[in-house]
Ligand binder design. Structure first.
Ligand code: SPD
Length: 284
């Protein structure tokens, strides 16, 4: 459920009971029901366009770079030569935009369940959906779980850009999906998934990391600052078959770094140093 009072959108959810983030709206640009979800796009007063799926904010243009850069570049800079990459979800194109900065990449598959999200973002939000313009990108509209079930030893890196674990999307936070990702990556592959917030969803984060540890010999939890998400932080859960996750083996070229607004090699390392309660939580 959400509420708009005096032009303020408040994001209300059982996932963060008793709290709500409010954003001042200038105009509703679009309001449609797709076969999968309720899609609303707003022009906000101060944060650019804002995409809301089933009442939950997915991004504002103002700070989306933090999330897209970290979700994409954390796994990519830990792999010495990522050539084949799969994105599950991510229909806004923001993660694709970041992947397109890596010259070593030869092939990118994206499997997004909702064609309408792709269409809306392509029409109204080119700042993210420009990622679809890269000729290395191959778009598959369908169920990510079924897609990955058909893959064995296919990818160097898999990135899961999902919404929260409610409704059918909950399966992306469960053990069978992690097992399927492990089967779908090469023997030295890396996965990165949307990892929620240890402030707001400690139970989800603990479950996720337990599942990751059951399936990957090397794991890490990273978090970033994103004012638009509840609590102002969001995490990334990482699993690797061979390469270190805490120490990136590549770093951005000067030309690439000039295009990045959040990711640096130092932020990569620092993002995995957790506050005491967060570290204790994940040790448990
Ligand atoms: N609480 C919402 C978390 C949403 C994470 N996914 C955002 C998708 C942006 N590409």
């Amino acid at each position: 459920m959400n509420m708009i009072v005096d032009g303020w959108f408040s994001e209300i959810s059982d996932m963060w009971p008793g709290r709500a983030l409010s954003i001042k709206i200038r105009e509703k640009l679009l309001d449609i029901q797709s076969p999968f979800q309720h899609i609303v796009l707003y022009e906000t007063e101060n944060c650019g366009k804002m995409l809301v799926l089933d009442d939950i904010i997915q991004f504002t243009e103002d700070d989306e770079f933090a999330y897209q850069e970290m979700l994409a570049h954390l796994p990519m800079f830990c792999h010495p030569n990522p050539e084949r990459v799969l994105v599950i979800g991510g229909g806004d194109g923001g993660v694709l935009r970041e992947l397109s900065l890596h010259e070593c990449v030869k092939h990118i598959d994206i499997c997004e369940i909702d064609q309408a999200v792709v269409d809306v973002c392509r029409k109204y939000v080119p700042s993210l959906s420009c990622g679809f313009d890269d000729p290395r990108v191959n778009v598959h509209i369908g169920d990510g779980i079924e897609f990955i079930g058909r893959c064995t030893d296919c990818y160097d890196v898999i990135i899961v850009d999902s919404s929260d674990p409610v409704g059918p999307g909950i399966k992306l936070f469960e053990d069978p999906f992690y097992r399927a990702m492990r089967k779908a990556i090469h023997s030295d592959g890396i996965i990165a998934t949307q990892g929620e917030s240890f402030f707001m969803h400690s139970d989800v984060v603990c479950d996720l990391m337990r599942i990751a540890r059951n399936n990957f010999p090397i794991t890490a939890y990273s978090y970033m600052m994103v004012p638009t998400y509840p609590g102002g932080t969001l995490g990334v859960c990482l699993g690797s078959m061979r390469y270190s996750l805490s120490e990136p083996c590549r770093k951005p070229t000067a030309a690439m770094q000039a295009k990045l607004r959040y990711y640096t090699s130092d932020i990569h390392r620092a993002s995995m140093v957790l506050p005491a309660f967060g570290a204790r939580l994940l040790e448990a």
